[in-house]
Design a protein around this ligand. Sequence first.
Ligand SMILES: Cc1ncc(COP(=O)(O)O)c(C=O)c1O
Length: 395
Amino acid sequence: MHEEEIKKLFHRQEHYVLGTYSPTDLVLTRGALTRVWDIHDNQYLDFTSGISVCNLGHCHPRVTEAIQRQAATLVHVSNLFMNNNQPELAARIAQNSFDGKVFFCNSGAEANEGLIKFARRWGNENGRHQIITMENSFHGRTLATLAATGRAKYRKGFQPDTPGFLHVPFNSIDAARAAVNDTTAAILLEPVQGEGGVIPAHSDYLTALRQLCDENGILLLFDEVQCGMGRTGTLFAYQKYGVIPDGMAMAKALANGFPIGAFEVKSEYADILPPGTHASTFGGNPLACAAGVAVFDTFEKEDILDNCNRMAAYLWDELSNLAQRHDTVLDIRGMGLMIGIELASPVKPLVQRARENGLLVLSAGENVLRLLPPLVIEANDVDRAVSIIDKCLDA
Ligand SMILES: Cc1ncc(COP(=O)(O)O)c(C=O)c1O
C-alpha cells in the first residue's frame, strides 16, 4: 500500500468508525492458517486466532472453498423457507454434543440472549425467572448479556441494569447453593472463563452444579462461545468434565470467522420455544451454515483435535520451562490451547513487544497474557512463539 492510501485509511478510521474499540495501528490485510500479514507485508505468527474465532487457521482451504461455492449458489433466504445447509449444521452440532435442537443467530451475545430467553420462557409458568451467573464472567454486550456478565465495568453508564440476574463467585458451590431459590430459572456459566482471565471451572464444581440444578429442578446452561469448537482439546469444553448442560451457546469458531452464533437445548426442552417466540433474520442462512458444515468436515477429516492436544501438551511443557526462568510468571492456567499466563506486572507492554517481534498475543485483564493459537499450529510455531515470549519477558 502507498503512503497516501495508508494515510487515507487512518483518516477514515478516525473520522468515520465509531470509537468503541481502540485498535492498535496494526492493519492486517491477509492471512493463511497460522500467519497474518500487515499493510507493509510484515508477517506475524498469530496466537490470537481473532480471539478464538479462526480455530482452523486463517482462510482454511476447506472453509474458503465452501464459502466461495455457496456465495455463488445462494447467499440468503429467510426462515420462512428451509435451506439445505441449516438442518445439516444443526445435525452436526447435535451429533457432536448432546441430543438436542439448535437455533441459529449471528454472534455470541445473540446466542446467550437466546439461551436467556429460553430459560425465562421455561421458568415463567412457575414463577422462575432469575438467572444465576458468575462473577468475572463475560457473556456479551447486549443489554441482557451485559446484565448476565459478572463485571461491573462493562455495565457502567448503561443503567438501569436489566433485572433478573444474580452474580456469585465462580468455583464456589456453596455460593451457588445459597443463591438458588424459588425464583431461580437457571445457572449460566463459561466452563472456562475467557475474558475473566482464562480460569477453568473445577471439575467437582461443575459436577456439583449439575447436581444442584437437578435437585432444584432448574436449568444448567453453558456459554461455550470462547472455549468451544475444539479450543480446549475436546469439541466442547464441557466434554472434558463429563457434565452435560441443558442448553449451550456457541459462536466465534463455529464457522471459522464467518459470522454465526447458535444455541442448543436438550430435545426434552424443544417445545419451550414454539413458532413465533424467537427469530433472527440472518440466523442459519445458507452461507453461514455452509461455512459451519465445512468446519465440522475439517474437524473430522484432518484430526484437528488430535493436533490440538499434541501441540497443547508441547506448549504447556515449554511454558512451564519458561516459567522457571522468569520470576515474573506467577501462574499458567487454562485448558488445551486456551492458555492464560499471569504475570506480576501489567501485560500490555509485553503484548506490544511480542508484536514488534512478529508474534500476536492477547491480554485478559491487566496481568494475564492470553494465548489462543489456531488449533493447526505445528511444533516449530510453538518454538517460535515461546522464544519470542521468553525474549520479551527478558526485556
Ligand atoms: C464467553 C463469551 N460469551 C459471549 C461472548 C460475546 O460474543 P460476541 O462478541 O460474538 O457477541 C464472548 C466474546 O468474547 C465470550 O468470550
